[in-house]
Design a protein around this ligand. Structure first.
Ligand SMILES: [Zn+2]
Length: 382
């Protein structure tokens, strides 16, 4: 199988040969094509998409498979289904459903490099807690982490927590020893608590700037502390609603390209037509034509309705990034964070996870033409 396009990484036109599940060769050719090609997008935080929900009240392997297949249409070839704060029984059922989907479907297993557990050891305070259920917020527990892994078949690879809980450094050190990425998020931590977490091995801030108090002390706060900490990468939601353009630009510059990763943090309603909806937990929400999802009658966001490619396009549009740099924040950076260098770029021996794009002639925005997962063509635009 051959795939053709201008390489996003270099701008050069190329033909890529796929043999089996891997890229066999990348041949640079003369001229310029009307298509672009990059490694598949890697989304470290996906709660749901297209009506499919990783946190469904009745979780199932079909729910997870549907989410993965819908995201292939948007160029996402690797994603971390994200299980959020709930009772332990419910969380383990959701983890089991994800593991079941991976066991049942080869390409789903390929597209789920690991699972992200966000919570339950987060801040109970309004603001930092975001939309997580306060009733189920609890301290970090290594015994519970073991039970998650039992349900998930060892697939939990990222845990987001608030480091102000007592015992967090010990928890982080043990999780790191088990090759789990520990992220700081939904937190109201002090400078010292953030420092101790990073010393213990925390390496990522989860959706920095969101899951925070509406009003903060201007100079001494956990956003500045995490922005300034060079041992932390930051995941950012560039859906155009969670962070205003000025904040997107400033956070990118403060962290530098090498420490930023874009995530969608999309919820099950993402990919649905605009309208009023009831979520499974019974809250009324409105999905607007501008792509924002808010609790009905309030200005409060109720999750992200975008996909990772929207974030890439917003990074070009609002933060002035080149196509190469913007795409790297959704390919190379996340693949590196979860230790999957084989998914970080197009070169011989890499996983044959590819996306072919065309670009809006007016705005330069990328749109998916076709997607290949582990050498299998899984999507072509009608
Ligand atoms: Zn969150």
């Amino acid at each position: 199988v051959w795939v053709e396009g201008n390489l996003v990484e270099t701008g050069r036109a190329a033909r890529i040969e796929v043999v089996g599940r891997r890229i066999a060769q990348v041949q640079v050719v003369e001229g310029e094509l009307d298509r672009w090609v990059s490694a598949g997008l890697v989304d470290l935080q996906v709660n749901g998409y297209g009506g499919f929900d990783a946190n469904a009240a009745r979780p199932s392997a079909g729910e997870v498979r549907g989410m993965v297949e819908r995201l292939w249409q948007h160029g996402v070839t690797s994603l971390c289904p994200t299980v959020v704060t709930a009772g332990e029984v419910e969380m383990r059922e959701r983890l089991r459903a994800i593991a079941g989907a991976c066991q049942a479907h080869r390409l789903v297993a390929h597209s789920v490099p690991c699972i992200h557990v966000e919570g339950p050891a987060i801040s109970p305070e309004d603001g930092p807690r975001g939309a997580h259920d306060v009733e189920h917020v609890r301290p970090p527990s290594l015994a519970e982490l073991d039970r998650w892994q039992e349900s998930a078949g060892g697939r939990v690879g990222i845990v987001t927590l608030a480091p102000e809980w007592p015992g967090t450094p010990q928890y982080i050190a043990a999780a790191r020893a088990a090759s789990i990425v520990v992220a700081i998020g939904h937190t109201a931590a002090s400078r010292e608590q953030i420092g101790a977490a990073v010393d213990a091995g925390a390496s990522l801030s989860t959706h920095l700037g969101n899951g925070a108090h509406a009003t903060l002390e201007r100079l001494h706060n956990y956003i500045w502390e995490q922005l300034a900490e060079d041992r932390l990468s930051a995941s950012l939601i560039f859906d155009g609603h969670h962070l205003p353009p000025a904040v997107m630009k400033v956070m990118l510059r403060a962290k530098g390209l090498r420490r930023v990763v874009l995530v969608s943090d999309s919820v099950a309603l993402a990919g649905s037509p605009p309208g009023a909806y009831e979520t499974p937990v019974g809250s009324a929400v409105v999905l607007s034509a501008d792509g924002s999802l808010r609790r009905r009658g309030t200005p409060y966001l109720a999750g992200s309705a975008g996909c990772l490619l929207d974030g890439v396009n917003n990074a070009m549009r609002h933060a002035g990034l080149s196509v190469r740099d913007a795409v790297s924040l959704a390919t190379l950076r996340p693949a590196t964070i979860i230790g999957r260098p084989g998914r970080a770029g197009l070169r011989p021996g890499a996983d044959a996870d590819l996306v072919v794009f065309d670009r809006d002639p007016r705005t330069g925005a990328l749109a998916v033409v076709s997607t290949v997962v582990a050498g299998d063509p899984v999507y072509r635009r009608p």
